[in-house]
Design a protein around this ligand. Structure first.
Ligand SMILES: Nc1nc2c(ncn2[C@@H]2O[C@H](COP(=O)(O)OP(=O)(O)OP(=O)(O)O)[C@@H](O)[C@H]2O)c(=O)[nH]1
Ligand SMILES: [Mg+2]
Length: 352
């Protein structure tokens, strides 16, 4: 067995050196923070020491006993078509990184699609915190703080509040919850407008809520009627606008939305279901880069065990979170958590 000691500025840098030198099969024996140089303990530089080993003549393991890798292993350099220059394949995931035993519960996090942009940074931060403090609760604290700092929350400030988003994510139900909140809890005058005229049942759904909460509803079939409805409800403190669900993976629908609505006096919230795949959420959000979004509304938090999509989108886009919905019941299943509360919800569910 060959054993090597590597000193680098960060754990990930040390891992890269080991991988380059000893290959993919190297096993990490130990990682720790050390101080290098300096004089009488002063001016020393903080470094990471990593000890790795590899079998010089690997023992043949029967196929059935081999560990199945979490991600496809990094392939050996291949030759390109034109010449002899090898093409080095990119390492695409941190899922294969090993955590110290005490942090094994966090290992799966690094494979989360929503965390891929920050995986290296989070890995370094968690591992170095652990080696500095030898305390898993400190690692959780640092993770909670990082997530909290990356998530902004917002309140609606415009008088017109519009919800938009993919089909069936809970736009109309959330609008009804908001209507009840502004009317019953905040005692404000509320009006509803729906531009979802594609299905009779959609209008009836909102009319039922409007009747129960006892607030006016206007139905707008075109831009002119929409402007008229806004004028009719001009006396209301808050005017909530429902839109038809669309397949927003199709860019054409965002164009339609842009043409149909004037956003200058309106807070537009993109409603996304937390049960959707992260890659799809990312694409849908990217379709909206021409629409000035005031924030995200994340729905169906009760139907999923992992909430990292909230972090991924909030961190990548810097768009704030307006509210979360937690069930089908109107008006109670809606919450306005702080950044710290969202961070706790995400981290604690993620480690279950
Ligand atoms: N579990 C759960 N279900 C929800 C939540 N919000 C809405 N729903 C349910 O999701 C389904 C669709 O809700 P709608 O409000 O009609 O969704 P929508 O986005 O308006 O749908 P379209 O207008 O057809 O695009 C209904 O069965 C709701 O009860 C939530 O937070 N949790
Ligand atoms: Mg609807």
């Amino acid at each position: 067995m060959m054993v090597k000691r590597v000193i680098a500025n960060s754990v990930s840098e040390a891992m890269e050196l080991v991988k380059k030198d000893m290959g993919e099969d190297a096993i990490i024996l130990n990682t720790r923070q050390i101080k290098v140089g300096g004089w009488l303990g002063l001016f020393a530089q903080k470094k990471v020491e990593l000890v790795a080993s590899i079998e010089e003549h690997p023992v043949q393991v029967p196929v059935s006993k081999k560990q199945v890798p979490i991600v496809p292993p990094v392939k050996l350099p291949v030759r390109n078509d034109r010449g002899t220059q090898p093409v080095i394949p990119k390492i695409v995931s941190f899922a294969s990184r090993r955590m110290p035993d005490a942090l094994r519960a966090y290992e799966a996090l690094l494979a989360e699609p929503a965390l891929q942009q920050r995986a290296e940074e989070l890995y370094d931060m968690m591992v170095s915190t652990y080696y500095k403090t030898n305390d898993v609760t400190q690692v959780e604290r640092v993770l909670l703080d990082t997530v909290e700092q990356d998530i902004r929350v917002t309140q609606a400030t415009a008088r017109f509040i519009m919800v938009t988003g993919p089909t069936g994510v809970g736009k109309t139900t959330t609008l009804a919850k908001l209507a009840a909140y502004y009317r019953l809890t905040k005692q404000q005058t509320v009006g509803l407008i729906t531009t979802d005229t594609y299905r009779i049942s959609a209008i009836e759904q909102l009319r039922t809520y409007a009747d129960i909460i006892d607030i006016p509803l206007r139905v707008a079939y075109d831009l002119q009627e929409f402007e008229q409805a806004k004028a009719d409800l001009a006396d209301c403190d808050v005017i909530l606008i429902d839109t038809a669900g669309r397949n927003f993976l199709d860019a054409g629908y965002v164009e339609q939305l842009k043409k149909r609505h004037d956003f200058s006096d309106t807070d537009v919230f993109l409603v996304l279901s937390l049960t959707s795949k992260y890659r799809d959420l990312e694409q849908i959000q990217q379709r909206f880069d021409q629409v000035p979004l005031a924030g995200f509304i994340f729905t169906k938090a009760d139907e999923t065990t992992e909430l990292w999509s909230i972090y991924g989108l909030a961190m990548q886009t810097r768009i704030p979170v307006f509210c979360l919905t937690t069930g089908q019941e109107v008006p109670e299943d809606i919450i306005w958590p702080t950044s710290a509360e969202i961070s706790r919800m995400i981290v604690e569910r993620g480690l279950r």
